[in-house]
Design a binder for this molecule. Structure first.
Ligand code: CP3
Length: 345
């Protein structure tokens, strides 16, 4: 019998499932021809500000793949953009900031987000989506370290040299910066939940640039504040915490308070659980590059993930990071089928 809340929410809560649920980070995006057709060449922030279009993009992968959850079409930089910091998202590059964050005076450029005034289109999109969707919608926000890295570096970075220098040299300013980002994330997540999102994910994609001691000293409190605020406002809404290259941080990230911890492909799931400790579900962790290499490469690696996950208290199948743009959508469709068939109880 299907768990009444559906397999995705059940797995997040480490309750029995009919079949292992599966969704893909970046499932709504450039690997889908219907996405490219709808988006055209316009700016992604404009698409996000257009609820009918953003809702349709959110729904496209659910229809095509039969995944167990939808992820809102938006971006981690939306709150920062909506409050006027000055950020663009450049195709093939990512977020770019003209005047990076550097001094205490820049704090004034990060004001509180008032979702219904600054970014009403997000809740509108959520409402349209949940009205049409048969599976839960995952809302999301960027974690403080990852968003701060764009504000301080001005663009994507390999080593986060400016970000970590600010963190080491001006810890008080750093703490204020990431606390403001955390407050924006909280406001955005609560608005998404109030509009109908049934789970949330906090993307700390670049936290893997930190060692565990620095993560605990400089970052954990701001991320923990987000998870606590969501639990306070909406007890029972599952909270997912994700990052890449975070094998050494899984324990510290679990301490921040999520219900589900995302694992990249470098750490086998049972090993990940020894690091997070019991009490959380795990999400992951197929290498997204396997899918680019075609079904022959994908199938054995996907089966290996399922084997590793057998017997875990809660498993949500996903990739270890987002779908790469060059991925053949048919591979992802077959992957969803494989996960569902192989895990049918
Ligand atoms: O299916 C989904 O996940 C869609 C919603 C979504 C987007 N961005 C849309 C998007 C989500 C959840 C994000 C989160 C996001 N944005 C993260 C965390 C997730 C991760 O992959 O680590 C990060 C780091 C960003 C910042 C950002 N925005 C990057 C690095 C890029 C890619 C730049 C590029 O072109 O390679 C973007 C742009 C972006 N956001 C695209 C999409 C579909 C691609 C550009 C486009 O289609 O216009």
């Amino acid at each position: 019998m299907t768990a009444p809340q559906g397999d995705f929410l059940a797995a997040c809560r480490r309750q029995p499932v009919e079949r292992t649920p599966v969704w893909f980070m970046r499932q709504a995006g450039r690997s889908l021809p219907e996405y490219r057709a709808l988006r055209g060449t316009g700016n992604i922030l404009d698409a996000i500000r257009t609820p009918e279009m953003a809702a349709e993009i959110t729904l496209q992968p659910v229809r095509r793949y039969g995944v167990d959850a939808a992820i809102l079409f938006s971006d981690i930089m939306v709150p920062i953009a909506a409050t006027g910091f000055g950020v663009t998202i450049q195709p093939g590059v990512g977020p770019v900031v003209d005047e990076p964050f550097a001094t205490p005076a820049d704090l004034a450029r990060i004001r509180p987000l008032i979702p219904e005034i600054d970014a009403p289109y997000v809740a509108e999109t959520v409402k349209i989506v949940v009205g049409e969707l048969g599976v839960p919608l995952i809302g999301f926000a960027g974690a403080p370290f990852t968003v701060a890295s764009y504000l301080v570096e001005g663009r994507p970075s390999r080593d986060y040299a400016k970000t970590k220098s600010l963190m080491y040299r001006e810890p008080a300013l750093w703490a204020q910066l990431i606390d403001r980002i955390a407050d924006q994330a909280i406001a955005s997540l609560l608005a998404q939940i109030d509009a109908g999102a049934q789970a949330i994910q906090v993307f700390d994609s670049w936290a893997g640039g930190l060692d565990a001691e620095d993560y605990r000293r400089y970052v954990q409190a701001a991320s923990a504040k987000i998870f606590a605020a969501v639990a306070d406002h909406a007890p029972g809404v599952p909270r997912i915490h994700f990052g890449v290259h975070t094998g050494e941080l899984l324990g510290a990230m679990a301490e921040a308070g999520a219900d589900v911890v995302g694992v990249d492909w470098r750490v086998p799931l049972p090993v990940a659980l020894t690091r997070t400790g019991d009490g959380v579900a795990l999400q992951g962790n197929l290498d997204p590059v396997a899918c680019v290499a075609g079904w022959e490469a994908t199938e054995p690696k996907a089966r290996a993930v399922l084997d590793a996950a057998r017997g875990l208290p809660g498993h949500i199948f996903n990739l270890g990071h987002g779908v790469l743009p060059q991925t053949d959508p048919d591979v992802l469709a077959r992957l969803v089928d494989l996960v569902h068939t192989e895990t049918a109880r």
